[in-house]
Design a binder for this molecule. Structure first.
Ligand code: KG4
Ligand code: ZN
Length: 340
C-alpha cells in the first residue's frame, strides 16, 4: 500500500432470511464477518417471517457495531455500504435495506445493492480471488438450487434450477419426517457419519435438461417410513444413522448428476459450490472427487461463507464499488424475480 493509497472499505449487510450479518471488506479482503443466527424458529419447524423481521430489528445495530470493531476501523472510515436487496422475506429485507440507507445518508457515502443469489456464487471470490472463468457454480441453499454458468464476474446465467423443493428443503423436510429439529440439514450430516449410505434406496428424479426436482424423493421417503413404521414403530430410531446416510447420499447424487451433464455442454476449468447445503460434509467430499475425476479446479468456501453471511455481500460490494455501480436512496427491497 502506498502512503497516498486510501483503502476502499465496504460494510456489507445481510438480512434476507433468518441470519443478521454484517461484514467489513478492506481492499477486497474480508476483515470481519459477524453472523447472528436466529434460534427462535427452531420450535416452529421453519422460519416465521414476522419473528424474523423483529429479531433483525433487535440485532442489526449490535451486529454492525461488532463487525466494525472486529475490523479495527471507525464508521467514518467506510467508503460505501452494500446491502442485500433480495430475494428474501420482505420484512427481513426491509430492516437491512432501511438501516443501510440511513447509515449511508448519515455518513454521506454511496449505497450498493447486492443480489443475494449472485452473492452466494461470488462468495467464492473471498478465498479464490484468482478463480478461472468461465466456471459453473452449484448454489444449494434452503430456498434455492441453481446451476449457474459464470462467464465473468457480473455475467452469469442460471442454466438449471429446481422446479419444486430446494436441496436444503429436501434435507430439512426429510429431517422433519425423521423427527429431527429444524433446520435438519446439519443434523442429517452429523448422524449420517455413523451410517451405511447404501442401506436404503430412495427415488431419484428423471428430469430433462439441468433442472432439479426433489418432491419425488420426499414422497418416496414418506411412504417408505410409513410402511416400515407399521411393521415396527421403532423403525426410525433403530435405523436413524443408516436412514440419514442414505437420504444424504441420494440428495448429493441428484445434485452431482446434473453437474456431470452440464460440464459436457459447457466446458469449464473450474467448478464451485455455494449456499447453506455446501456446508454438507458428504457434498464437499464428493465435489472434490468430482473435480479430481474431471481434472477441474474445485472451489469450496469455508463454512462461514456457505450459509447466509454478509462477507459475500461485502465482497460483491467491493467489486461494484470499483465500477462505481451505486444505487439511490429511493431503492426498495426486491422480494423475488430478481434475476442474476
Ligand atoms: O444458504 P442458507 O444459510 O440459507 C438460505 O438462503 O436458504 O441455507 C440454509 C440451508 C438449510 O436448509 C440447512 O438445512 C442447509 O442449508 N444446511 C445443510 C447443512 N448446513 C446447512 N444441509 C445439509 N448439511 C449441512 N451440513
Ligand atoms: Zn442464502
Amino acid at each position: 500500500m502506498t502512503p497516498s493509497h486510501k483503502p476502499i472499505i465496504i460494510l456489507g449487510i445481510e438480512s434476507s432470511c433468518d441470519d443478521t450479518s454484517a461484514s467489513v471488506c478492506i481492499d477486497g479482503q474480508i476483515v470481519s464477518n459477524v453472523i447472528y443466527s436466529q434460534k427462535i424458529h427452531e420450535s416452529f419447524g421453519g422460519v416465521v417471517p414476522e419473528l424474523a423481521s423483529r429479531s433483525h430489528e433487535q440485532k442489526i445495530i449490535p451486529v454492525v457495531q461488532k463487525a466494525i470493531a472486529d475490523a479495527g476501523i471507525y464508521k467514518k472510515n467506510l467508503s460505501a455500504i452494500a446491502f442485500t436487496r433480495g430475494p428474501g422475506l420482505i420484512g427481513s429485507l426491509m430492516v437491512g435495506v432501511s438501516f443501510s440507507k440511513s447509515l449511508a445518508l448519515a455518513l454521506g457515502i454511496p449505497l450498493i445493492e447486492v443480489n443475494h443469489m449472485q452473492a452466494h456464487v461470488l462468495s467464492n471470490l473471498i478465498e479464490y480471488p484468482d478463480i478461472v472463468y468461465p466456471f459453473i457454480c452449484l448454489t444449494v441453499s434452503g430456498g434455492h438450487t441453481q446451476l449457474v454458468l459464470v462467464r465473468s464476474i457480473f455475467d452469469m446465467e442460471v442454466i438449471g434450477t429446481t422446479i419444486d423443493d430446494a436441496a436444503g428443503e429436501a434435507f430439512d423436510k426429510s429431517a422433519k419426517m425423521l423427527g429431527l429439529e429444524y433446520p435438519g440439514g446439519p443434523m442429517i450430516d452429523k448422524l449420517a457419519k455413523d451410517g451405511d449410505e447404501n442401506r436404503f434406496q430412495f427415488a431419484k428424479p428423471n428430469m430433462a435438461g439441468y433442472n432439479y426436482s426433489f418432491s419425488g424423493l420426499k414422497t418416496s421417503i414418506l411412504y417408505y417410513l410409513q410402511k416400515k413404521q407399521k411393521e415396527n414403530p421403532h423403525f426410525i430410531a433403530e435405523n436413524i444413522h443408516d436412514l440419514c446416510a442414505s437420504i444424504q447420499k441420494t440428495i448429493v447424487d441428484i445434485l452431482l448428476h446434473k453437474l456431470e451433464a452440464a460440464i459436457v455442454q459447457y466446458p469449464v476449468q473450474t467448478i464451485a459450490i455455494a449456499g447453506g447445503v455446501s456446508a454438507n460434509s458428504k457434498f464437499r467430499m464428493e465435489i472434490s472427487k468430482f473435480g479430481e475425476k474431471h481434472h477441474l479446479q474445485v472451489c469450496i468456501p469455508s463454512f462461514q461463507y456457505c450459509t447466509d453471511n454478509a462477507a459475500m455481500i461485502a465482497i460483491v460490494g467491493y467489486h461494484k464499488y470499483l465500477k462505481k455501480d451505486f444505487i439511490g436512496q429511493d431503492t426498495e427491497p426486491l422480494v423475488k424475480n430478481y434475476s442474476i
